[in-house]
Write a new protein. Sequence first.
Length: 119
Amino acid sequence: MERSQVDSPRQTGVTLTPIAARKVTELLRQQATPDHGLRVGVRGGGCSGHTYFIEFCARPEQDDDVFDSHGVRLVVDRHSRPLLDGTEIDFVDGLTGAGFKFNNPNASRSCSCGDSFGA
């Protein structure tokens, strides 16, 4: 069953910073899919054991958790949820490039690329 959450200081799950939410909303509009959400998850691999992934999501699956963060629907699968619980996703744009940055309190180690982590 789908479980919905809202932003609050005690929330667990996954959240976006306001900047990241604006970027996701912009990307969804560019793709002509403003009603879609963002699937956030973890796959095995990378130099530290797990890698993050994000992709557009038309609708959640039955066992997904769904969170609303600054008006963006975030969809997290059951396997990824414990590894991502409490994670905040930011969008950074700097001299070395632009992209989403995961601030994950469950990561006990991460590689220098910032795309993989161990828990």
